[in-house]
Ligand binder design. Sequence first.
Ligand code: NAP
Length: 307
Amino acid sequence: MYDLIIVGAGPAGLTAALYGARGGLKTVVLEAMMPGGQAAITDKIENFPGFPEGISGFELANLFYQQALNQGAQFVFEPVVRLELAGKVKKVHTPEQTLEGRSIIIAAGSKPRSLGIKGENTFRGRGVSYCATCDGAFYKGKKVAVIGGGNAALEEGLYLTKFAEKVYIIHRRNEFRGSTLAVERAKQNYKINFIFDTFVEEIEGKDKVEKLILRNVHKPEKEELEIDGVFVYIGTEPNTQFMADGLEKDEKGYIITDTLLRTNIPGVYAAGDIRNTPLRQVATAVGDGALAAVQVEKYLMEQRKEK
Ligand code: NAP
């Protein structure tokens, strides 16, 4: 029986693990992939304090992981398929085993949204990517397109200029959602071309991506753009596919919490990108992880008093 089971080893989950284990709770973290979550596949993180020159997401994630391990948190690298949250003993099912705990912090994060257009699934891994850090190096001297207008599209577009000869950033409006700093940096890079007011309608090719079919909102005819790869950065959605019944979520599927990160189920907390937070950053995820773990300590203390 664990005191605390944490679902997800991104910045929120790893910080909760650090606080939980350091606070003397028998703590286990379940993770389907590798520690660090989305942050681990970010080329450079410049807005997490303590690293004046910035730090690679992979390196930062590994530091978080080591720190949680050093404090005695345990890790199980298996996907969570089901959560049983009602009652005092919470159950977490993986394909291999069932873990039991007195409390849970759900910190499973978010994943890239897909466009849902023709050709996207067909060419996934053959020119369609959701991770510039993972796949950018395949495009040395080639032409790529980035779809989206937020910080991710701008920053990852800029990262891709390290490899690609040309990077088209295709945005459905003529105004970016990303920060002024990210927009300015992208504007100043000669390899980046902006295509505004344009939707990508289809991804075409034979064995791999060869071109995009574009529709400018002000023009009647469609256009073609020849490219070798396309990177989709149109926002994220919560990793709640394994969720149990009874957990309250908002209309987009993010878990609803109060200011103390309590969900509607006693003993169940949510932290980081998976909850209905106004800001999704490593810095906010880390704050969430700390707060959730401290609330768990208080909850467990109350439970012991009630016995
Ligand atoms: P985002 O900020 O939600 O922006 C999504 C962009 O994709 C918007 O420009 C949106 O257009 C566009 N879009 C959405 N659906 C689309 C569709 N079906 N077709 C075409 N375009 C579509 O998401 P993000 O940039 O992917 O970032 C994800 C999260 O990570 C955010 O919370 C972000 O703050 C965070 N992040 C932060 C940093 C940083 O702090 N440096 C870096 C990267 C990511 P509209 O503008 O027209 O809605």
